[in-house]
Design a protein around this ligand. Structure first.
Ligand SMILES: Cc1ncc(C[n+]2csc(CCOP(=O)(O)OP(=O)(O)O)c2C)c(N)n1
Ligand SMILES: [Mg+2]
Length: 245
């Protein structure tokens, strides 16, 4: 949303409407803003990674200075296509930053029953890919780590890998808490609450009042947009095969 100048086509897309950014065919699962170079999102775990390789190869062939950044979760590191992409990016020397959000979970499964890696950065390192680390606990240093990875990939025309430590506050899909499921413990959240900049904006020199004011302004604005746009037209039946490739 921060990439879009006009939020209306994005919201229409979330509502699967005719005038959505992808004609209502992408919905929330494949939201993209191609005009701003946000090319692809998908709920198929890891599937954006090989697509990012294709985009990076195209940048290389056109001698572009641009770099592809591709984001995925730690669960995606167990997908074959992600391992193949890591290998290929190093062999083909592709300008790509792999950004892995490591919350230690794939839905409800913690790391040890599903991964033999003791440290995720070992994997890209085995392919000779330069690695960086950051954490949502320190957003400014996370930004700096990303900037370093991006600069490295841009200057050297090589892949880099950024591991980002984070935590899932609520259930895997949805907005509710899920502590009752018992796959993790509520105490794990405490250190993340302490460093949360929405709860404690003074950590980055912003007042709580300013934050509350913005939150309320945008809440009202989005609720109104969703309400107003929900009655706009659905895609016509004869557009079934448009915006699907
Ligand atoms: C190819 C594929 N396999 C399985 C699933 C079901 N699935 C959805 S999310 C997920 C876990 C992915 O782990 P991660 O990317 O770390 O996401 P997190 O659970 O941390 O949000 C799985 C297995 C899927 N969407 N796609
Ligand atoms: Mg995860």
């Amino acid at each position: 949303m921060s990439l879009a100048e006009d939020l209306q086509p994005l919201i229409l897309e979330l509502l699967a409407k005719k005038d959505g950014i992808s004609g209502g065919k992408a919905g929330s699962m494949h939201l993209s803003v191609p005009q701003k170079n946000l090319m692809w999102t998908s709920a198929i775990v890891g599937s954006g990674v090989p697509i990012a390789m294709g985009i990076a190869e195209s940048l290389k062939r056109t001698s572009s200075d641009n770099v592809v950044s591709v984001m995925f979760g730690d669960g995606a590191l167990e997908e074959g296509c992600v391992l193949e992409s890591l290998n290929l990016s190093a062999v083909f020397k592709l300008p790509v930053v792999f950004i892995m959000e490591d919350n230690g979970l794939a839905i409800h499964t913690s790391k040890s029953p599903r991964s033999a890696l003791s440290e995720y950065n070992q994997l890209p390192e085995a392919y000779g890919i330069k690695t960086f680390s950051g954490s949502f606990k320190d957003p400014i240093s996370l930004y700096e780590s990303y900037a370093k990875a991006y600069k490295y990939s841009r200057e050297n025309k090589l892949p880099s890998f950024l591991k980002v430590e984070c935590y899932r506050w609520v259930e895997h899909v949805g907005v509710s808490e899920d502590w009752h499921l018992g796959y993790r413990h509520k105490e794990e959240l405490t250190p993340w609450l302490e460093v949360d900049i929405i709860e404690n904006p003074d950590l980055i020199g912003i007042s709580k009042d300013f934050c509350e004011e913005k939150k309320s302004f945008y809440n009202k604005k989005f609720m109104k947009m969703f309400k107003d746009l929900s009655s706009s037209s659905d895609p016509a039946i004869d557009s079934l095969l448009l915006n699907v490739r």
